[in-house]
Ligand binder design. Structure first.
Ligand code: IMP
Ligand code: MG
Length: 209
């Protein structure tokens, strides 16, 4: 049984001075949407739910880099099954908007054949990244295939995307979030909490890798 994601769409933002936030990030943040402890508690539950699903051999858990790395590390450390770790690197973001062009780094999809596969992603936005990735894995005939995703922004979904993740941590509003591994132009990944950036930073939408 999987539980519904926790809906944070109407949650008030926590002011940065109400929690411990690195001084180098403070001025850039509008507020904190999900404090670290809340994220950790939810990941513990996702790991318990993943552990309840029977697998044949070792679970092949694939981390989608770079954003999912903190989530992945916390999650697999609590899965009560033997896990084989792997990573895949994809990218579709420039600034705060998905380019739709998914950059591909080499990955041997063939290793998913006949395996119980778990894809671990940070956030689903348009859903194009995950849908493409899941399609490629499915083409290799895995024994089973599940997707765990920490955050979901359903308001942003591309209407042509049909993929539904199996394990979701939180549903969030259509806001650009950083922290807990998520970045904006490669900054803020080390921020402990999941936070919303100030509008003026995201409005200009600077180009970046
Ligand atoms: P999609 O293909 O539009 O679903 O894009 C998904 C990818 O964009 C995720 O894997 C993230 O790496 C990135 N992304 C989407 N929304 C955010 C956000 O609010 N903050 C940081 N990265 C994001
Ligand atoms: Mg990602």
């Amino acid at each position: 049984m999987t539980s519904d994601p926790i809906d944070m769409r109407n949650a008030p933002l926590i002011r940065v001075e109400q929690l411990v936030v690195s001084p180098s990030f403070k001025d850039d943040l509008k507020g904190i949407l999900i404090p670290k402890g809340y994220v950790d508690a939810r990941i513990e539950k996702l790991a318990a739910e993943i552990s309840e699903t029977p697998v044949k051999g070792d679970l092949l858990a694939i981390c989608v880099l770079n954003g999912a790395m903190h989530f992945y590390d916390k999650l697999i450390g609590q899965i009560a099954q033997p896990v084989e770790v792997d990573t895949i690197r994809l990218g579709s973001y420039r600034g705060t908007s998905s380019t739709g062009l998914i950059r591909e780094y080499p990955f041997d999809y063939g290793k998913c054949q006949g395996r119980d596969v778990l894809v671990v992603e940070d956030i689903i936005d348009t859903g194009r990244t995950l849908e493409k990735l899941v399609g490629k894995i499915r083409a290799e005939n895995p024994l089973s295939l599940r997707v765990a995703c920490l955050l979901d922004k359903p308001e942003r979904r591309d209407p042509t995307v049909t993929l539904k993740p199996d394990h979701v941590g939180f549903v969030i509003p259509d806001l650009f979030v950083v922290g807990y591994g998520l970045d904006f132009n490669n900054r803020y990944r080390g921020l402990a909490h999941i936070a919303v950036l100030q509008d003026q930073l995201t409005r200009h939408n600077p180009k970046s890798e």
